[in-house]
Write a protein that binds this ligand. Sequence first.
Ligand SMILES: C[S@@+](CC[C@H](N)C(=O)[O-])C[C@H]1O[C@@H](n2cnc3c(N)ncnc32)[C@H](O)[C@@H]1O
Length: 378
Amino acid sequence: MDEAIEQLLEWSTSIGVELNGIHPKALHGRGIGIVATRHLEADEVILKVPIPALRTLSNTPKDIIKKLSGASGHSILAVSLCLDDGTATNKWTPVFPSRQDIASSLPICWPAKLRSLLPTGAKTLLSAQQEKFNKDWAIVTAAYPELHKDDYLYSWLLINTRTFYYTDRGTDKLPREDRMALQPVADLFNHTPEGYCVANFDDKFFTFTTTRTHQPGEEVFIRYGPHANDKLLVEYGFTLPSSVNPWDETCLDSYICPSMTVDQRDRLEAVGFWGKYMLDSQTACYRTYVALRMLYLPLNKWQDILDGTRDEDEDSHIIDGAMLKILTKYDSDITSALEQLGQLEGSSVGDEEMRGILTDRWLQIKHLVAQGKLRLQS
Ligand SMILES: C[S@@+](CC[C@H](N)C(=O)[O-])C[C@H]1O[C@@H](n2cnc3c(N)ncnc32)[C@H](O)[C@@H]1O
């Protein structure tokens, strides 16, 4: 890998990429990342990538764009990567994660049994991702019947996990999600929720700047977004310990929605409070409380609290009791999911990495639920 990194740097320097006080390095459990090679101050520009070095829709071969008329920007970049004979990227792609890395880490590639053991929030994200992929693939396979689905999926996932939001005159009319760009070296930054470098672009460069000091050897991160672990898992193939990810949360829909009558659901939908009931490390969201009040209070009280004419604390003992029951049931379901995963240990269902990632995710959720229960019991 060291040789591939050196070749990437030699090539990227030749096309104008400037590194300042940083170097890519293979890191345990995180593929390649970027580390400081000296003390870095806050507000230092550590990487500049010239705009022509980016792979965007604007410099994708026109014949591909023409053949894929109506396809998403994501799928056009993926096809272009798939069809690349290496002339543009032969110094770049050797540092990409292997097919095996991608297949082990991203749930879309996991066997159905493991996907069925994902938490609800991750399942919802995964089915949206699968739908997006299927839609893209239908257009791509019609235009390029010779492409293999597995090759395309690999490229599609590389684009999904490695691109930056970027817009220029060629893409500024496109929907936001189509304004994607792959950029060498910058695609090696790993994600952290806090203490990250910021990325900006103008018409000449993509520029990465520190926001705090770094010691020599310390990893330098960017932030992919304020993402909970279900999102990081489905879109990027990793999760962070609960203590490190303040954005983590878990979805309570499967414990609340099925108990609603059609009328209750209609009423919640009418006020925009149907579904997306989330629990984070501090509290359950406001939506959750609106839904629980619908389930456990008379309708007039529910309406009064919503209108602000009744103090919500008056009924908090009922709602807290209901919440505790939900979290207790969730906790026992987590234990059973972990037991099922334990029984798969050493089996041929998926590989150790997949099962490990999934186990970690359930343990993080167990922690969120335990914190929630503790708050209610104290
Ligand atoms: C933009 S790439 C970053 C470079 C990547 N590590 C590599 O080797 O090419 C995004 C991928 O890096 C990995 N990654 C990013 N941040 C991570 C983190 N904090 N912990 C573990 N893996 C991370 C995930 O596999 C993710 O899909």
